[in-house]
Design a protein around this ligand. Structure first.
Ligand SMILES: Cc1ncc(COP(=O)(O)O)c(C=O)c1O
Length: 376
């Protein structure tokens, strides 16, 4: 069997037709046609008023913090286990990052730990819908409301997921999606910022185009800001993918089902949770091994790679990374965040690309089981 990649998209003739149209026609007066169509359809899909297409999700989180006027002296709480892009924009704006623990079931931000991390300086929280799962949004929103803390929802990995019938991306004052090549809906690289509030939306539109009014043609910049825009070709690709979102999400759920079935006789491996009332879209299928098995994620990933199967580590706690490790906040997190430090060493992402067949999944699981029967 050929090498099995960890992730990848599902591209059809529709995507190729839309991108071909964009590269042929989306110039001159039509330069923004695809952005407008993609943004309108995306906002409608999630049920939020405004959508702004961007070069990546990191820009969406950055703009959200700027629109909320988060800056030096403020603290922003993030879950300890996430991709660094959830947290890096906190540093871009000069604020302090506080790393809260994850919930042992969902692996998303834990509401109790979030509350325990709040101080008089806390201005915002960035919960992450990790690997397509949803946190306990009722609990998180109640804590945030009680302490008057703004929620920026990092929905990068969770398009199509739902919590009590409500779509991912509709839980914060702002939310951010990623369309990186590994994501369920991809534009190669790309992101979307969703926002309801008119003033915040206007501020983000201004900041994303070098500090000038949207539509300005006189090169009149009133602040030094940023250039955050995706191309028409990406917007066209995104729209084609969005028009196929139900089948993309269903395929992700089917892939997870194949893994669940193939691993049903194995008690030492926990897969992604789906709590009652949650629709998990399983961006990544994650296997958490019982620590007693003696396999660390690094050894297992190396052993799977030898079998031509590409896996990835469950995110290292941010507070353990050299990028943050020297900070006082990271030292506090290392002694506080027991779930993050108990789960992360023994968990890997299994291949979850949209090109997988059931035969691929069975092959991955057989290889995994054979390895786990041997000694690490
Ligand atoms: C949880 C999370 N947040 C943010 C991002 C950043 O997305 P992008 O690479 O589009 O900036 C990612 C991307 O992998 C992610 O997984």
């Amino acid at each position: 069997m050929e090498r099995i990649p960890v992730s990848g998209p599902w591209i059809t003739a529709k995507e190729i037709a839309y991108v071909t149209d964009a590269v042929t026609n989306a110039w001159y007066g039509n330069a923004n046609v695809w952005h407008e169509r993609f943004e309108k359809a995306f906002a409608e899909y999630v049920g939020v008023k405004h959508a702004i297409s961007l070069p990546h999700c990191t820009a969406a989180i950055h703009l959200s913090l700027l629109a909320l006027k988060v800056g030096p002296g403020d603290e922003v709480i993030v879950p300890d286990c996430t991709w660094i892009a959830s947290a890096a924009p906190v540093t871009y704006v000069g604020a302090t990052t506080v790393f809260a623990d994850i919930d042992p079931q969902t692996w998303c931000l834990d509401a109790k730990s979030f509350e325990a991390c709040i101080t008089t300086r806390t201005k915002a929280v960035i919960p992450v819908n990790l690997y397509g799962n949803m946190p306990d949004w009722d609990a998180l929103r109640a804590v945030a409301a009680r302490h008057n803390i703004a929620i920026i929802e990092d929905a990068a990995e969770s398009i199509g997921s739902e919590y009590k019938g409500r779509k991912a991306g509709s839980f914060g004052v702002a939310s951010a999606f990623s369309f990186h090549g590994s994501k369920t809906l991809t534009t190669g690289e790309g992101g979307m910022l969703l926002i309801d509030d008119e003033e915040a939306h206007q501020r983000c539109m201004f900041l994303r185009d070098h500090g000038r009014a949207p539509g300005d043609k006189m090169f009149w910049n009133t602040e030094v800001a940023y250039k955050y825009k995706m191309s028409s070709m990406q917007a066209a690709l995104g729209l084609a993918q969005l028009e196929r979102i139900e089948e993309l999400v269903e395929r992700k759920r089917q892939i997870f089902g194949w893994y669940r079935e193939a691993l049903s006789d194995t008690e030492d491996i926990a897969l992604n949770d789906e709590a009652p009332g949650v629709k998990n879209t399983y961006w990544m299928v994650t296997a958490v091994l019982d620590a007693k098995m003696g396999w660390t994620k690094e050894r297992l990933i190396a052993a799977m790679a030898e079998q031509a199967i590409d896996c990835r580590p469950f995110f290292y706690p941010l507070s353990s990374l050299p990028a943050y490790g020297y900070l006082e906040q990271a030292a506090m997190a290392r002694s506080r965040n027991t779930t993050a430090y108990n789960v992360s060493p023994y968990a890997i992402n299994l291949p979850s690309g949209l090109n997988l067949t059931q035969a691929h999944v069975e092959h991955v699981v057989e290889s995994l089981k054979a390895l786990l029967r041997s000694r690490p």
